[in-house]
Ligand binder design. Structure first.
Ligand code: TUI
Length: 315
């Protein structure tokens, strides 16, 4: 399976499954496990300082011989320095998020790194394909963390029709049915974040994982629309406080201050009431913690039956 998949061939991976590069959660442990299982593991650089990212890359290289990626969050204060680190370390794949990476693409392309930005609109997808990106990740608003406003169902086919590079679908994909649906929309691969948070190898605090396990379909909310940086999180004391201040017209600086350090607080310290529990809408579907290898094997096994179920409805 997937011998002729264009993304598998481009990146030299076995399965067209990326692990979303989540800040504080997409560590070397998780990324190397996903790459070893045949997917594309991705280190989430988030707001990491450059020396911390370099150590994480070296740990990933020690943990896997397979290709892996780094996700660079373009709102990071260290963006220029971390770009230099991925160039120095000759990271095979770079994904970007939360902005337009155009100015960084030539340096990455020059050393042969595959560059795959996350886009939340057709306009950015088209602009970036002119700069020579290798593929794009079309990420719908179902995702956890920083989001755009279009759904995966609406965004993916529009991006597929607008660009001539492979499209990876992300947002709201939690099982094999989601993967088959993404393929039906024209995607050649998928990226999943939430599913890999509920893995043995993800270092998220057990309180974080337990809250994700308990999540239902409507458990997430979006904070930060007023600041221009919307983020999907599980409802808790912090999200209620934030949304209350936001609805009362609190200044952007006050809102941004409320969010500082809160992802680390939830993900690493386990304070899931005053921390940000960033997670996607598909968390309501997921009810078990498995090893990365078990997750990927189960996903792959289910794709063909899910595709056949699509076919059956046409008979
Ligand atoms: O980047 C993400 N998700 C993230 S980053 C993150 S780290 C963080 N930490 C603390 C507070 C807030 C965030 C958590 N989750 N996903 C990729 C993504 N990119 N989603 C949406 C976009 C996006 C949005 C607009 C990409 C490009 C874009 O274009 C803007 C432009 O300039 O055209």
């Amino acid at each position: 399976m997937f011998e002729e998949n264009v993304v598998c061939k481009l990146l030299q991976i076995k399965y067209p499954i990326f692990q979303g590069g989540m800040a504080w959660l997409g560590t070397a442990e998780l990324a190397s496990a996903v790459s070893n299982a045949g997917g594309l593991g991705i280190i989430g650089a988030g707001h990491m300082p450059p020396d911390v990212l370099r150590a994480e890359i070296q740990k990933t290289k020690a943990g896997t011989q397979k290709p892996f990626g780094v996700n660079i969050m373009l709102m990071s204060p260290f963006v220029k320095e971390v770009m230099q680190v991925v160039v120095d370390e000759r990271v095979p794949v770079v994904t970007t998020g939360a902005g337009n990476p155009a100015e960084y693409i030539p340096a990455l392309k020059e050393i042969g790194t595959k560059v795959i930005p996350v886009v939340a609109s057709v306009a950015l997808a088209k602009r970036l394909t002119r700069t020579g990106v290798d593929a794009v990740i079309a990420e719908g608003t179902e995702s956890g963390g920083h989001i755009g406003d279009l759904t995966t169902m609406a965004l993916v086919p529009q991006v597929v029709d607008a660009v001539d590079v492979p499209v990876i679908a992300a947002g709201g994909i939690g099982d094999s049915r989601g993967i088959a649906a993404a393929f039906a929309l024209g995607a050649k691969a998928v990226q999943m974040g939430t599913r890999f948070v509920l893995s043995k190898e993800c270092i998220a605090h057990e309180n974080y994982k337990n809250m994700v396990l308990k999540a239902r379909d409507r458990s997430t909310v979006v904070t930060g629309r007023a600041t221009g940086h919307p983020a999907r999180v599980l409802q808790n004391k912090l999200s209620r406080l934030y949304l209350d201040r936001e609805s009362h017209g609190a200044p952007v600086e006050e809102l941004e201050k409320l969010g500082v350090g809160t992802l680390r607080l939830a993900a690493r310290e386990g304070d899931v009431e005053m921390g940000s529990v960033m997670i996607g809408q598909i968390s309501g579907l997921l009810s078990d913690i498995k090893s990365v290898d078990e997750i990927i094997q189960a996903l792959v096994k289910g794709i063909q039956p899910a595709s056949e179920a699509i076919g059956q409805n046409c008979r």
